[in-house]
Design a protein. Structure first.
Ligand code: GLU
Length: 313
């Protein structure tokens, strides 16, 4: 597809959402956070955001879902802007692990004694500890204000039921946080940092808003539409580098070879992706594969990248 033909791209999105729905049949929503299990596995949507801020969308693109691990890239960009690189990367690395997102094992076995990267739970909890504020609510409110600027206008709400459901069942994340505290890596009390982390995971966005965030990174930190700078070029590149190497858990290499795009998934079923200088993409489908990635989202992004030639290398 040479020139950008809006009608053709809209028709393509409709086709890909239908393909995504078919792909979703072999998975199911996450249930280790009990409130996530109720999601409709066949609710699938997708949206693109161009540099102008224009949105093209299809399917359940306005259905809100909790962003879960997608919050890790937002929190990372926010903390890089507010606290700086040294504060972040003295406490967390930039390397992929190949382990599941909630693995604890390398905290004890690695020589560096810090989480491998900010997109696994251990690294993200360290980043939440660097969010300005003291209580979890205060830290998350600062992040929500940053997200409002990224998506232009609306302050995102939190899904209280999902937040409470995760907070009440999070023994593994609590174990990780206590271990991080023992290593001296938490910038606050264990309970308040975890509370900030659970709240940020329960932020509600839809696929069009994920696409806006993707476009912000595609524009190296400029807000699509307004052109205001929210994230420095350097920080936007760091975030994208981590997305491409670590954004889809232990499926990051496979996704990168198939779609060639920096992206971040969450167990709520959302995936955001960023095509340099061209567009941001948001995809939603809560049925997950065994690694925790949205089956519909992977299908939509992979096919869209093939059809529109979005590969970045
Ligand atoms: N809140 C989830 C957790 O920490 C996020 C996981 C994810 O989306 O990868 O388990």
């Amino acid at each position: 597809m040479a020139a950008f033909d809006r009608g053709a791209v809209s028709a393509l999105l409709d086709r890909l959402v239908a393909e995504g729905r078919a792909a979703a049949a072999s998975g199911r929503p996450a249930d280790y956070i009990p409130a996530l299990a109720a999601a409709d596995p066949l609710a699938v949507g997708a949206a693109l955001c161009l540099g102008s801020g224009e949105i093209l969308e299809s399917g359940e693109s306005r259905r809100r879902f909790t962003i879960q691990s997608v919050s890790k890239v937002l929190a990372l960009a926010y903390v890089l802007e507010t606290r700086g690189e040294e504060a972040v990367f003295s406490r967390v690395g930039k390397e992929p692990t190949g382990d599941p997102f909630n693995s604890i094992i390398r905290l004890e076995t690695s020589d560096t004694r810090k989480p491998y990267n900010p997109l696994i739970n251990a690294g993200a909890i360290v980043v939440s500890g660097l969010e300005p504020g003291s209580s979890g609510a205060e830290r998350c409110a600062g992040l929500a204000a940053f997200v409002r600027e990224a998506i232009g206008g609306r302050t995102p709400a939190i899904d209280e039921e999902v937040y409470r459901s995760e907070s009440g069942t999070a023994s593994r994340n609590r174990a990780i946080a206590w271990f991080l505290d023992n290593l001296g890596l938490l910038g606050g009390g264990v309970d308040e940092v975890l509370d900030a982390y659970f709240r940020q995971c329960a932020i509600l966005l839809d696929a069009t808003e994920l696409a806006r965030v993707g476009a912000l990174f595609a524009l190296d930190g400029l807000v699509p539409g307004s052109g205001c700078r929210l994230v420095s070029v350097r920080h936007a590149r760091i975030v994208k580098g981590l997305m491409i190497t670590c954004g889809l858990y232990d499926g990051s290499g496979e996704f990168c070879s198939a779609a060639g795009l920096p992206a971040k998934s969450g167990v709520g079923g959302g995936i955001l992706a960023s095509a340099l200088g061209r567009m941001g993409i948001g995809a939603y489908g809560p049925a997950l594969d065994e690694r925790g990635n949205s089956l519909a989202g992977i299908r939509i992004l992979t096919r869209l990248s093939e059809e529109l030639g979005l590969f970045e290398f």
